[in-house]
Every structure is written in structure tokens, then in C-alpha cells.
Design a protein around this ligand. Structure first.
Ligand code: AMP
Length: 393
């Protein structure tokens, strides 16, 4: 796989797939520009070398139709301010007008295309759409790590229609950290997994069972495992169709000598509303009308002790309903424990990133991944469709 520094970019029209999928408020103002800033090393490098930049990204899920609420226009202004030069904004990402704008670029000029997902060809990886994207392009650079777990046109399909392609700085950085965690983790290696949907986390757990020394489970996912073990967990969120796989994971963990820990006490509430009456318990059955909304203080202490001894930590997903302040203790305390551990720590996923920010410890995390889904998928499969496509060339 080539790296952006391997390309001769002077005077070339370079299509850079970036991840500008930033959160907007209802006035279409950018709430957080972390992802734009994360793309700057690649953008600034290419501009310094005299490339003609065509930047492309998706934003939100417009499902193949134009939606002004998901326009990338506000991003053009913010990017312009960050790089100190004009960013020309294209009203679409393909079409005659866009082709003219591409052809009119001079060395060091930047064109930002409108949201790729305004066309359904993007998510369908439609070759006709990929070809339209590649029109007038000399080189393709993928710097959108956070989108590279999707086999979409601007990530995978376009590669068939460009003469040369390479990975950008952000892509390289993300992959370097994850690769280290996968292939040569300093031990003990502790994985922390929370959140609500175990769907994407099950393959990750399966892979981690071959690598990690300890897996700490929290969040709603814990209740699927506890229910599978036969505990009555009241109205806790349980994925009924995952009970069997949960049991097989527990058995495999035992086989492989991996410490697979489930919460030993719980914060219970009648709902996830902040005013819902909460209590702490370490006994089953839970009262029928109550659900587990956070890990309890004994679990926090137990997990924190393990985290303190870790040398590598991978974390994805909050340990409770952390959006509700009354149920955020577990997630915040674990974030503080990770920060204090001195271990190499890798955190992915919007919720976990928000959690470390809430705990005020973001600067103590070794690597905060810009791609939650992508980092999980990389941990599970050790590659991503977008990376495979770059390597194929
Ligand atoms: P995910 O997208 O799978 O990482 O899930 C994140 C969501 O899981 C957050 O919105 C949390 O509020 C939610 N969550 C975490 N713990 C629980 C729980 N015990 N019960 C219900 N939802 C939870």
C-alpha cells in the first residue's frame, strides 16, 4: 500500500476521501470539528506540495437524496478558516458543473464536494457513480479511516478508476495504533466493551479472546450475558437472540484462560429518565419493573484495579446510560482509571470519546480513534474494506 508521501502530487488533481462527518446543530453549525482537524496533516501536506485538491466526504445519512440539513457547506467555511485559504464549495459531488470546477483548479487550490450520500450510488458502491467521482482525477488518497469499514464508492469503487492511490496521514496513524494493539500489545492487555448493541461487538470479542488477558464488560451488553447465565435481570435491555452466542463466548473465554468479567453489582432504575428512582444491588432477581442502567461501585472498584495494572487498554462503548448524569458514574470513573493507568490506551466510538471528554481526561488517552465502527471492525478483522482496496493496487 502506498502512502501519500510516495506520490508525486505537484500539479496533480488529487481526490482525497476525508471523514468530515461532523455533528451539526439545528442551525447547521458545527458542534465539534475534531474530524476536520484530524484531516489537516494530509491536506496541508498536499497543499504544500502544490497539489490541486478535491475533497469528498459524507455527512449523516441522507439516504440518496439532497437534504439541506446535511450539506457540507458549513464545513467548507470552517476548513477555510483552519487552513487559511479559500475552499471552493461544489453544489454536488458529481456532474458537469463539478467536472468544470475540478478542471479549473490551480496548484494549491481546494475544492470541497457536496455530501457524497446525496447520491445512492455512494453507499451502493455503484461503479457508474465511482467512475463519475473519478472524472478528471489523477490520484486518489484515502484519509477517511472512520469510513473505511464501508465498501462505498468513494472508499472502494473509485480505486478501479484512478491511476494511482495511497493512504493519508490519519489513516496511517489510526492503523499504526490499532496494529500495535493487535500484534504486539504490551501485557497485561485489557479490553473494555460496553454500549447497547452487541451485534458489532461480538466479532470483536471473538478476536480479543485470542489476544487480550482480560475483557471487562459493561453497558446493556452485560445483561445479555447475565441473562444467558440464568440471572433474572428485570427489564434490563437483553438481546434475546444473542443468548446462545453469549454462552459460547463465556465457554471460549474459559477455554482460552481469558478473564471475562461481568458486573458484580448494578445501578437499577425504572427507566433511563434522570428522575427515575435508582438503587444499587448485587443480588438477583432484579425487581421486575427495574433495569440495570450502570455498573455499581464494587464493579467500578474491581475493574479499576485491573485497569491500574494494564499496559494496553482498548475501550469501546459506555458502561452505563452515561447521557443521564445520574447513571454516568461507572463510565466516568472507568475513564479516569484508564487515564491514570499509564497504559497505552486506545478509545473508539463517539460515546466513549464523549465519556472521556466528560471525565476531563481526553488528553491522557494515547489514541482517540476518529472512527468508532471502523476501529471496532479493525480490531475484529485486522483490516477494513477501504484498506484492502488500497492494498489490492
Ligand atoms: P453502542 O452504540 O452500542 O455503543 O451503545 C451506546 C449506548 O448504550 C449509549 O447511548 C448508552 O446510553 C447505552 N447504554 C449503555 N448502558 C446501557 C444500559 N445498561 N441500558 C441501556 N442502555 C445502555
Amino acid at each position: 500500500m502506498l502512502f501519500v508521501e510516495d506520490l508525486d502530487v505537484k500539479g496533480k488533481t488529487v481526490f482525497v476521501r476525508v471523514d468530515f462527518n461532523v455533528p451539526l446543530n439545528d442551525k447547521a453549525e458545527i458542534r465539534d470539528d475534531t474530524r476536520i482537524k484530524a484531516s489537516l496533516p494530509t491536506i496541508n501536506y498536499l497543499l504544500a506540495k502544490g497539489a490541486r485538491l478535491v475533497l469528498a466526504s459524507h455527512l449523516g445519512r441522507p439516504k440518496g437524496k439532497f437534504d439541506p440539513k446535511m450539506s457540507l457547506k458549513p464545513v467548507a467555511a470552517r476548513l477555510g478558516a483552519l487552513i487559511g485559504r479559500e475552499v471552493i464549495f461544489a453544489p454536488d459531488c458529481v456532474g458537469d458543473e463539478v467536472d468544470k470546477l475540478k478542471a479549473g483548479l490551480e496548484d494549491g487550490q481546494v475544492l470541497l464536494l457536496e455530501n457524497l450520500r446525496f447520491h445512492e450510488g455512494e453507499t451502493k458502491n455503484d461503479p457508474r457513480f465511482s467512475k463519475r467521482l473519478a472524472a478528471g482525477i489523477d490520484l486518489f488518497v484515502n484519509d477517511a479511516f472512520g469510513s473505511s469499514h464501508r465498501a462505498h464508492a468513494s472508499v472502494v469503487g473509485i480505486i478501479d478508476f484512478v491511476p494511482k492511490c495511497a493512504a493519508g496521514y490519519l489513516m496511517r496513524l489510526e492503523v499504526e495504533y490499532l496494529r500495535k494493539a493487535i500484534h504486539s500489545p504490551a501485557k497485561p492487555y485489557v479490553a473494555i466493551l460496553g454500549g447497547a448493541k452487541s451485534e458489532d461487538k461480538i466479532p470483536v470479542i471473538e478476536n480479543l479472546l485470542n489476544k487480550a488477558d482480560t475483557i471487562l464488560i459493561g453497558g446493556a451488553m452485560a445483561y445479555t450475558f447475565l441473562k444467558a447465565q440464568g440471572h433474572a435481570v428485570g427489564r434490563s435491555l437483553v438481546e434475546a437472540d444473542k443468548l446462545e452466542i453469549a454462552l459460547s463466548i463465556l465457554a471460549k473465554a474459559k477455554d482460552k484462560n481469558v478473564d471475562f468479567l461481568l458486573p458484580i453489582d448494578h445501578v437499577l432504575a425504572v427507566s433511563i429518565e434522570s428522575r427515575a428512582v435508582a438503587k444499587i444491588t448485587d443480588v438477583y432477581p432484579f425487581p421486575e419493573e427495574m433495569m440495570g442502567v450502570d455498573i455499581g461501585p464494587r464493579t467500578i472498584a474491581q475493574y479499576a484495579e485491573i485497569i491500574a495494572k494494564a499496559k494496553t487498554i482498548v475501550w469501546n462503548g459506555p458502561l452505563g446510560v452515561f447521557e443521564t448524569p445520574a447513571f454516568a458514574q461507572g463510565t466516568v470513573k472507568i475513564a479516569q482509571a484508564v487515564a491514570a493507568s499509564g497504559a497505552i490506551s486506545i478509545i473508539g466510538g463517539g460515546d466513549s470519546i464523549a465519556a472521556v471528554a466528560k471525565a476531563g481526561v481526553s488528553d491522557k488517552i494515547t489514541h482517540i480513534s476518529t472512527g468508532g465502527g471502523a476501529s471496532l471492525e479493525y480490531l475484529a478483522f485486522e483490516t477494513l474494506p477501504g484498506i484492502e482496496a488500497l492494498e489490492k493496487r
